[in-house]
Design a protein around this ligand. Structure first.
Ligand code: CP
Ligand code: NVA
Length: 317
């Protein structure tokens, strides 16, 4: 079914209905197949997109850049020291200037309120490439990767180990609620998901009838039993470097190692990580390099899914 997302912002998955997210996944799969077949029919011809970064990035930056180029658009990287933003020009004015020149704006940075303010004033679609609270484009890539492996999403059990209230934990929980997966957050109770977000996800599940669930536990053995996906992320995110030692002490019992992978009782359990990984902390090298690890498929899918977001919101479809 054709779904019209033209002109929409992409700030969190809570703003999108299940069928809209599924449409983006289907479009990603189509664009991936098209690229593999080297079928060039540019869908973003003549567009200019601004890539605004307050924090570092490998995958997100490269995905937006290559996706834009593949589809005939120009992407302009604007790092935190390149323009007046964050210095003598405020967010509201930066948004209105960029919105007069670009067809879409990607923002990666600290406060989620910054991406919301950009979206409020830009007058063109704004895409969230990660804030302290959410990382929605990553979830599209993750869901595409899970769907490619298992053929379906609804009913799958995804366990997120570690710092379960970080941007990845928040966004995976929303994505699972929307798409009907069983989401289990497993970590120290002081780092459990925000109660308001858990409530919101339960409302999403009840209203949409997605069949998903969300829960939290501090018991790794209980959490991973029967898991289809074990997912982890760094124990301290960008901007939290001062918490490194404290987090290591709190989260060491939640490391994803071979023993934990085996204790699912499911030989088909896959390992996922948004990357970059701190091997030896949240995941061991052997799990990371194992045949059940889909981390590089996941990384590649950032390209196809980010392309779908741009094509759907500003492209010729
Ligand atoms: N997963 C992810 O967003 O990677 P980067 O920080 O390299 O963009
Ligand atoms: N939680 C991590 C994700 C990086 C893609 C961070 O924000 O640093």
């Amino acid at each position: 079914m054709a779904i019209n997302l033209r002109g929409r912002n992409f700030l969190t998955l809570r703003d999108f209905a299940k069928r809209e997210i599924e449409f983006l996944l289907d479009l990603s799969a189509d664009l991936k197949a098209k690229k593999r077949a080297r079928l060039w029919n540019p869908l973003l011809k003549g567009r200019n997109v601004a890539l605004l970064f307050e924090k570092s990035s490998t995958r997100t930056r490269c995905a937006f850049t290559v996706a834009a180029d593949d589809e005939g658009a120009h992407a302009e990287f604007l790092g935190k020291n390149d323009i007046h933003f964050g210095g003598k020009e405020d967010t509201k004015d930066t948004a209105r200037v960029l919105g007069r020149m670009f067809d879409g704006i990607q923002f990666r940075g600290f406060k989620h309120s910054t991406v919301e303010e950009l979206a409020k004033y830009a007058g063109v679609p704004v895409w969230n490439g990660l804030t302290d609270d959410y990382h929605p484009t990553q979830i599209l890539a993750d869901m595409l990767t899970i769907r490619e492996r298992f053929g379906t999403l609804a009913g799958k059990k995804l366990v997120f180990m570690g710092d379960t209230r970080n941007n990845m934990g928040n966004s995976l929980m929303i994505g699972c609620a929307k798409l009907g997966l069983h989401y289990v957050a497993c970590g120290h109770s002081s780092l459990f998901p925000r109660e308001d977000l858990v409530r919101e996800c339960n409302e999403i599940i009840a209203e949409s009838g997605s069949g998903g669930s969300v829960s939290a536990t501090s018991d790794p053995a209980e959490a991973v039993r029967g898991a289809d996906v074990i997912y982890t992320d760094v124990w301290y995110s960008m901007g939290e470097e001062d918490k490194a030692a404290a987090r290591k002490a709190l989260l060491s019992p939640y490391q994803v190692n071979m023993e934990l992978m085996k204790s699912t009782g499911n030989p088909g359990t896959i390992f996922m990580h948004c990357l970059p990984a701190f091997k030896g902390n949240e995941v061991t090298e052997d799990v990371f390099e194992s045949t059940n690890s889909l981390v590089f498929e996941e990384a590649e899918n950032r390209l196809h899914t980010i392309k779908a977001v741009m094509v759907a919101t500003i492209g010729d479809i």
